[in-house]
Design a protein around this ligand. Structure first.
Ligand SMILES: [Zn+2]
Length: 173
């Protein structure tokens, strides 16, 4: 892989906890996958499941009194259409994500053992992009009329068989 001079690629496996000492003299490039368990999304909608890892491709640099993170975040959700009930995949993409983390002042970011954990920021910004009412396509017409008819026919059939069972039960007595 070709890289800009003064740039370092850091491959992380299980966390987005970044040691900012790496940033003292150069920007770093973070690329990898974060297990979705690390993000622990609080998804209330039962039509949305977040199970696949989040993919990130980020550049992190130190400014005078802040850390700047820029890049992309991608996560594929397994959804069920709210109208036709078909399962489908929905990709949440933050293609131009930017995060400004002050190192001084009231808003300053928490630094522990020289490290900043990007996970809470990723979690919050991704959650805002989750679909509110997942639809397989914007103009999904829902269950087709014929499907409704079939459902009704199936309903009639089960009524018929229910009464057939009732007849059988009478015979048993
Ligand atoms: Zn649909």
């Amino acid at each position: 892989m070709k890289m800009a001079p003064g740039r370092r690629l850091v491959e992380l496996n299980m966390s987005l906890n970044i040691n900012i000492r790496h940033l003292d003299d150069q920007e770093i490039h973070l690329k990898g996958e974060l297990p979705v368990a690390e993000l622990a999304f609080d998804v209330r909608d039962e039509l949305i499941r977040a199970e696949k890892p989040l993919r990130y491709d980020l550049t992190m640099e130190k400014l005078h009194d802040a850390i700047l993170v820029r890049g992309s975040l991608r996560l594929i959700l397994d959804c069920e259409c709210g109208r036709c009930l078909q399962p489908f995949e929905h990709e949440v993409v933050l293609g131009d994500w930017a995060l400004h983390l002050p190192l001084e002042g009231e808003e300053k970011v928490l630094v522990e053992n020289d490290s900043i954990d990007l996970t809470p920021f990723v979690r919050e910004d991704m959650l805002l992009e989750f679909p509110q009412h997942p639809l397989c396509k914007p103009d999904c017409a829902g269950l087709k009329k014929t499907d409704n008819n079939q459902a009704r026919k199936a309903g009639e059939k089960s009524e018929t068989s229910a009464s057939a069972w009732a007849e059988l039960n009478k015979l048993k007595l």
